[in-house]
Design a protein. Structure first.
Lengths: 224, 224
DNA sequence: ACAAAATGTGTACGCCGTCCACATACAATA
DNA sequence: TATTGTATGTGGACGGCGTACACATTTTGT
């Protein structure tokens, strides 16, 4: 029953995602292409997401992609949105570990650290997607697109903003230093994330990596 | 006398770099290709340095490049080396502004700031080359290649190390925090450099950019 | 003067993104 | 239910890229 030759699109088994299809219509090509793109980005980073390969994995002719994405860049942006949302989720995972019974200042500081830790963790766990997420550094600040957000509905930048807001409210960040604090914190964490995910700190052992991350967050906390 | 048609390589004027040549042999192709590559990287970043375009600018057939560079990547690495050396020079320029009559601790702190300032300045002034310089984050730490160094013979990472060493010697950095300090400082400054050169801080006005840079360096100084 | 080594040329291959015309399936309507 | 329009996939083609192989030309070392 599998591998039957029907019409001129032969290959088949189940008409869904895994391998092939029997119909002229794919049924869920956009999703299939996106997932292929994500897989490509996952191991190989943004430059590895190549349109033709995605269509190959979806079992479809190259041009079919243009019914769902304007061009390669459009596909890449969709992959990026997914990666951003994953970063947000990684942050939220760390945030959820915090005990809400902490005193406000400690809690707020914990939030900032959690955001940073999630970021660093994701960069290490998924370097390809991480790189894709921040390939275009294109305004995520005021972007309400839920495709780029985590479960809270906030994207990574917004989660950082929220944490800093809380910190300011708890008195952990003097008002005159509140403006632009996002960019200082982001700079520091992003820089280390790059060194870890694609830089000279790639092979570094777990313990050392954690320690560096915490020292960096200390620095941010102290110096923000 | 110019534009003469000689043999089968017609175009001519002066047989040197600017435009074309009359000889079968180019004479200085490697340099010409490298300079073309640098120009391409300058406006367009690493992905803009395309082998065929470089050969076009050098007035030579594509394959000629392979007599001087193993492949496109090899050319890109040469461009990167040049960019790194420019970064080092930008740092040295800032270092030279320091008055050596300062007390040791202030001088050492000034050195660290100068290194960071030079880095940030270059990232803003030459975003394409800056991006190329750190496209491969590939061990520059123990690289004695003079092509990647500035006038002092030290590359950017080594200049940072030197500054931190001085800071530690002057008592501005406790010994237990000396190890890995390079990566913390580098992270912070590199992150901001990215946001400025290709990120959401691109269009930001001069004053704001300077201020952010100094605040970031404050943070590093305080929190290292 | 001549052979060997260095350097540039010509031609070709496979891969990529993308355009255009055409085929097929599905859905709304008559 | 038959028809027609629209969404979606196919086929073929183009130009650009990196690069391999064989060949031509110049320079250099004997």
């Amino acid at each position: 029953m599998d591998g039957v030759h029907i019409g001129y699109v032969m290959i088949e088994e189940n008409d869904n995602k895994p391998s092939q299809r029997r119909n002229y219509r794919h049924g869920d090509l956009r999703r299939a292409l996106l997932e292929a793109g994500i897989a490509l980005a996952r191991n190989g980073g943004p430059e590895a997401v190549v349109l033709r390969e995605a269509t190959r994995q979806a079992g479809v002719v190259p041009n079919a992609a243009y019914r769902h994405f304007a061009n390669r860049d459009d596909l890449l942006r969709a992959v990026r949105a997914h990666a951003l949302s994953q970063v947000a989720i990684a942050m939220e995972t760390e945030l959820d570990k915090l005990s809400p019974t902490l005193p406000p200042l400690a809690y707020a500081q914990g939030c900032v650290r959690a955001v940073g830790t999630g970021y660093l963790h994701y960069a290490h766990a998924e370097p390809g997607l991480f790189k894709t997420a921040f390939f275009f550094h294109e305004g995520v600040e005021a972007d309400a697109d839920p495709a780029k957000a985590g479960n809270s509905g906030l994207n990574p930048f917004q989660l950082l903003s929220q944490a800093l807001e809380r910190l300011a409210a708890a008195g952990g960040l003097p008002p005159e230093r509140r403006l632009g604090a996002e960019y200082l914190a982001w700079s520091a964490v992003h820089g280390l994330a790059l060194l870890i995910s694609e830089g000279p700190l790639q092979g570094v052992p777990e313990g050392m990596r954690q320690a560096l991350g915490q020292r960096l967050l200390d620095m941010v906390e102290k110096g923000l």
